[in-house]
Design a protein around this ligand. Structure first.
Ligand code: HEM
Length: 167
C-alpha cells in the first residue's frame, strides 16, 4: 500500500512536468483562450547557442521594439490586415516577444500556443507567409539589426512555414 502511494507520488512529481505547466491567470488586457499545455516546445524552435545573437538583437529592448513594429505593421499592410483583423494584439505582442527571446537564447520561457494549432484556422498562403517575413525584415532593419543576425533568426523561423501555411 505504502509502496503504491510512493510510486504514484513519484510518477506525479517526475512525469507531470513533461506535460507542461498549468494555465496561468489571463494577463491584464488579454482575451481568454482555450486551455492548452504550456511548454517551450510550443515555440517551434530550440534556442541558438551562446549569447551573441541576443546581444546582436539589442537584448530585451530590441526584441520588444521589433515585435511592436511588426504587430503595428501587420495591421496596416493590406496583404495581412484581413488575417489579423480578429487577433488579440496584446497577447500576440507578449507571446511573440517570449518566442523570439526564447529562440535568441535570451533566457525567456515561451508560454504561447504551438505554431500548428494557433495558425490552423487562418488558411494562410505562402504569399502571406512571405509578406509577414518581409514585414519582420523591415522591423529588424529599422532596429539596425545586421543582416547576418537577421538571417540567423529567419533560419530558425523558416521551418515553421509547414505549420503556419495551410493552403
Ligand atoms: C515563422 C512564422 C510565424 C511565427 C513564429 C508566428 C508566431 C505566432 C505566435 C507566437 C502567435 C501567438 C500564439 C498564441 O496566441 O498563443 C501567433 C498568432 C497568430 N499568427 Fe503567427 N506566426 C508566424 C507566421 C504567421 C503568418 C505567416 C501569419 C499570417 C500571414 C500569421 C498569423 C497569425 C495570426 C492571425 C495569429 C493570431 C491567432 C489568434 O489570435 O487566434 N502567423 N503567431
Amino acid at each position: 500500500m505504502r509502496m503504491a502511494l510512493v510510486c504514484t507520488l513519484s510518477a506525479i512529481i517526475f512525469v507531470a512536468p513533461a506535460f507542461g505547466q498549468p494555465m496561468p491567470p489571463v494577463p491584464p488586457g488579454e482575451e481568454t483562450v482555450d486551455a492548452y499545455t504550456i511548454s517551450d516546445a510550443n515555440a517551434g524552435a530550440t534556442p541558438v547557442d551562446g549569447q551573441d545573437l541576443f546581444a546582436a538583437f539589442h537584448g530585451h529592448e530590441g526584441i520588444s521594439r521589433i515585435v511592436d513594429g511588426l504587430v503595428e505593421q501587420v495591421q496596416k499592410d493590406s496583404r495581412l490586415t484581413e488575417i489579423f483583423k480578429a487577433s488579440d494584439f496584446v497577447r500576440l505582442r507578449r507571446t511573440l516577444k517570449e518566442q523570439f527571446c526564447h529562440i535568441l537564447n535570451g533566457g525567456c520561457s515561451y508560454t504561447g500556443r504551438d505554431m500548428k494549432s494557433v495558425h490552423a484556422d487562418h488558411g494562410i498562403t505562402t504569399a502571406e507567409f512571405n509578406a509577414l517575413v518581409e514585414v519582420l525584415q523591415a522591423a529588424m532593419t529599422r532596429e539596425g539589426i545586421v543582416f547576418s543576425a537577421q538571417n540567423r533568426l529567419l533560419a530558425k523561423l523558416a521551418p515553421m512555414k509547414r505549420d503556419a501555411v495551410t493552403r
